[in-house]
Design a protein around this ligand. Structure first.
Ligand code: ADP
Length: 527
């Protein structure tokens, strides 16, 4: 049996070289391929650009029969099919973009077993004709690309992904299943494993670190000036600018065009043709910049994107990391820049509030948004922050090139001030938010402060040399560093954490970037 195993691996290596022209596997690829070729349902968690496609394409080629690849986006299918076809591998997609004749022809070929790979949208499994067809042929595997779409805890849940599950039970010749994703929190990971029957030992997680990306937070600068200044020296480089709304997309796009930059734009309000044109102009380097909402991107295979700028705060770390991660898929150094302003938080809260989500889901979204806000306030390494969010502790040291790592060379001790904030929060009974806490520390004559008799506290006016805004900002920093917490509340109430105890006892010091409190550039938070 060992020999057979060895032979499979050799076959995989041979396919890697002969079909794809690569010499060696990327981290995790070999392990996933090994599982799949041995018919174990598997889950591969790899960063964007990690090489997930080969994890099912190599077993698909090595095993008998047709591989069915479930993919959420039509554009993604076409790119994958084109890539396989150009390597001489029989592949196709079956989706709603086909006319009747094409559809029948491809279904016919599918039933004849002509294809090694067939890409379909999840909805295809609702079609009895399609199900009957795949039941009648030999299948090598079923791959779920962007598998996080199956989990309602994911940021991109698609109900049609989940409705495949009952259909799978009805496929008598069900082959091995392989799920692939770049974003999986514990909840999502657990959901995928449960729904697709993947055992713990068949999960490969290569970690999420992207060592060619430099993450930056920009605060307190005019966003438009920043963008114009940034793209000015990068005329030949490809970049994506993400905005939160279509209106912002139009505005930023117009700004760039008015200054003579070659920019495309993309959002769901444009016609399909306009979107297609924009995408082609960008992928074929006719226009180097694309301004877009998050409607743009999933499945865009452009490897030389040198920067991704977020004009406004994304709704959570999962979306941010996925969007920012579209930079530098070729492994070359690239920038991921987030332009932060406090007002953006209100927009995201509004979007959650007016959505039709169930209450527990909303609470969860608030919690994720808070983690995104904390990312903007932390002074720790940004790459490390994100990895810890995904429970990835594999990075041995800080990245050394994010805006925080670069600034952290000049730091000052603000332990004493942190103690003032913490004891104030404590004395106020851990029942209030950052705004009023800052007022008390400032010594404000605000009505609410008097009403609660906070002007009687020993901490009243203790930080009067700072502005209220500076104090608020410092409080947000303490939250981001997990010294204070706002829990999962929608109306954040400050509470002390275990670390706060250590700071109060003088066992833990609090270091901030020099000038942090006084430098107006860093003070840009409106509650
Ligand atoms: P993902 O789907 O994980 O984002 P892809 O499967 O699109 O990543 O792969 C990203 C890029 O890496 C592609 O251009 C692919 O050809 C390349 N690639 C994948 N595996 C290898 C490998 N073993 N050696 C070299 N390049 C690879």
């Amino acid at each position: 049996e060992k020999d057979e195993h060895q032979m499979m691996l050799e076959k995989a290596q041979q396919i890697l070289e002969e079909y794809f022209g690569f010499q060696s596997f990327r981290p995790g690829q070999k392990a996933v391929i090994d599982f799949v070729m041995n018919k174990h349902n598997s889950l591969a968690i790899m960063p964007t650009g990690g090489g997930k496609s080969l994890c099912y394409q190599i077993p698909g080629l090595a095993l008998e029969g047709t591989a069915v690849v479930v993919s959420p986006l039509i554009s993604l299918m076409k790119d994958q099919v084109d890539a396989l076809s150009s390597l001489g591998i029989p592949a196709t997609y079956i989706n709603s973009s086909l006319d009747t004749e094409q559809f029948h022809e491809r279904m016919h070929q599918l039933r004849a077993g002509s294809y090694k790979f067939v890409y379909v949208a999840p909805e295809r499994f609702e079609s009895p004709t399609f199900l009957e067809s795949i039941k009648s042929i030999s299948l090598s595997l079923i791959a779920f690309d962007e598998a996080h779409c199956i989990s309602q805890w994911g940021h991109d849940f698609r109900p049609s992904y989940r409705s495949i599950i009952p259909a799978l039970d009805k496929i008598p010749n069900l082959p091995v299943v392989v799920a692939l994703t770049a974003t999986a929190t514990d909840e999502v990971n657990h959901d995928i494993r449960r729904l697709l029957s993947v055992q713990d030992e068949h999960v490969i997680n290569t970690g999420f670190a992207r060592d060619n990306l430099s993450f930056h937070i920009v605060k307190g600068k005019d966003k438009r000036d920043f963008i114009l200044d940034y793209v000015k020296d990068r005329a030949a480089e490809a970049g994506i600018i993400y905005t939160s709304t279509r209106k912002q997309t139009d505005m930023v796009h117009q700004l760039l065009e008015s200054k003579g930059f070659q920019a495309a734009k993309y959002h769901a309000g444009l016609s399909e043709q306009a979107r297609k044109q924009a995408q082609t102009a960008f992928t074929q380097d006719e226009k180097t910049i694309i301004v877009a909402t998050n409607a743009f991107g999933m499945g865009i295979d452009k490897s030389n994107v040198r920067y991704v700028i977020h004009y406004a705060l994304p709704m959570n770390i999962e979306s941010y990391y996925q969007e920012a991660g579209r930079a530098g898929r070729d492994g070359e150094p690239s920038d991921c820049i987030l332009l932060f302003s406090g007002q953006d938080i209100q927009l995201q809260k509004f979007l959650i509030e007016q959505s039709l989500m169930a209450e527990d889901k909303k609470t969860n979204e608030y919690k994720k948004l808070q983690a995104m806000v904390n990312y903007c306030h932390t002074h720790s390494c940004l790459q490390t922050y994100v990895l810890h969010y995904f429970n990835d502790y594999s990075l041995p040291e800080d990245c050394g090139k994010c805006s925080n790592c670069l600034n952290n060379e000049n730091r000052e001790d603000m332990t004493k001030e942190a103690q003032m904030v913490l004891s104030c929060v404590k004395r106020m009974g851990e029942r209030f938010g950052a705004g009023i806490t800052a007022k008390v520390l400032k010594g404000s004559k605000d009505k609410k402060v008097k009403e609660f008799h906070f002007d009687q506290l020993t901490t009243y006016g203790l930080m009067s040399q700072y502005t209220e805004k500076e104090i608020t900002n410092f409080v947000h920093f303490l939250v981001a560093e997990n010294i204070l917490t706002t829990g999962d509340d929608r109306y954040p109430i400050l509470k002390l954490t275990k670390q706060a105890g250590e700071v109060l006892k003088g066992k833990k010091q609090v270091w901030v970037q020099t000038g942090f409190a006084r430098n107006p550039v860093l003070v840009d938070y409106n509650e």
